[in-house]
Design a protein around this ligand. Structure first.
Ligand code: AVJ
Length: 336
């Protein structure tokens, strides 16, 4: 859809409701505008977590990964460090395809293990941010002479093309527990796309955060320094910057809680007073006092739920590797 066709659609819908026509912000990304319009008109207002990650948001997330309460990153790193040398040697992995490449710190653990095992042909980091990807690629080419680095710019929630020139067996890594940020149908769709790109001897390496003591999980999303609160509110600043919206972050508070039915953390922004926010191209969005925007879900798993997720996507759980305290797990999935 083009920007003008989206604007026409909104204008038509608004005129039917006899609301004033508002012109879209001149720099607004039409896709983002459509997603925000849909999310903020739902009974439970909701925004996609990918909008956390502008430059500031990525910095805040990095800070989260170093918090004492946020056990996920350091636990996953410890599992990777202890396991990758054996795993990539046993499977004779020759290529690494990484979805949502992050800061490449975890990639280095896997790549170094591939080099040590004597077969590191190709690294394909996939991310939405091109500038970030190219920076990492240049750095890694210097660090790993002999390794071909072929970054791919893509929104993995939308598409996953088979990277060209892959040697096999290849490992598709999706780390950090990010699969938990997708609702189950979307998670299955994403894993199915990976499965469709895989050769029969390729593998999936998936990081999942585990079900555990609820207080422990809730603390990881309610740190005492307020970094997660700042990270959550940053999404409103992203909307102000990208769409010309008029969110006042002082009128919202951070709330994160464990939802026991679906085994997931939910992050919300809570309006502390009744007010309206103007978003060019969308109009006035009303918030009642106490009304919330859900900004993220983070689903927690166990071995059974992970196996079901993989099976729904045409994969089987080949290896289950939690840390000694069962906080986090790395999982190898193979084609069925
Ligand atoms: C690592 C992106 C999956 O859900 O725990 C951290 C993002 N949100 N604190 C997670 C996040 C709040 C994170 N992911």
């Amino acid at each position: 859809m083009t920007e003008s066709s989206i604007n026409r659609w909104f204008r038509a819908a608004r005129q039917e409701r006899h609301e004033p026509v508002v012109r879209a912000y001149k720099h607004a990304n039409p896709r983002m505008l459509a997603e925000v319009a849909a999310g903020l008109s739902a009974p439970q207002k909701e925004l996609p977590p990918k909008y956390f990650y502008d430059h500031r948001g990525s910095e805040l997330f990095e800070e989260i990964t170093r918090l004492p309460e946020y056990y996920q990153t350091r636990t996953e790193r410890a599992i990777l460090t202890g396991w990758m040398p054996d795993l990539v040697a046993d499977l004779e992995i020759r290529a690494l395809v990484e979805l949502g490449a992050g800061n490449a710190e975890k990639s280095r653990i896997i790549l170094s293990a591939m080099v040590a095992a004597g077969h590191a042909d190709l690294y394909v980091p996939i991310d939405v941010s091109a500038s970030f990807l190219n920076q990492t690629a240049t750095q890694l080419r210097r660090e790993y002479p002999g390794l071909t680095v072929e970054p791919l710019v893509a929104d993995i929630a939308e598409v996953l093309d088979r990277p060209p020139g892959l040697s096999h067996p290849a490992m598709y890594a999706f780390l950090g527990g990010t699969i938990g940020n997708f609702y189950p149908p979307q998670a299955i769709r994403l894993l199915s796309r990976i499965r469709a790109a895989m050769d029969p001897q390729d593998r999936l390496l998936l990081g999942v955060d585990l079900r555990k003591d609820i207080a422990r999980i809730e603390q990881a999303y309610n740190d005492t320094r307020g970094v997660t609160a700042a990270f959550n509110k940053n999404m409103l600043l992203v909307l102000n910057h990208e769409l010309g919206a008029s969110f006042d972050t002082a009128l919202f508070t951070h709330r994160a809680f464990y939802e026991t039915v679906n085994h997931r953390i939910e992050m919300h922004l809570v309006a502390s007073v009744e007010h309206e926010v103007r978003i060019p191209g969308i109009g006035m969005v009303r918030f009642a006092q106490g009304e919330t925007i859900r900004t993220e879900i983070s689903c927690k798993h166990d071995r059974a739920s992970t196996g079901e997720l993989l099976e729904s996507a045409g994969l089987r759980l080949e290896t289950w590797r939690p840390d000694p305290r069962s906080l986090f797990a790395l999982v190898v999935g193979a084609a069925t």
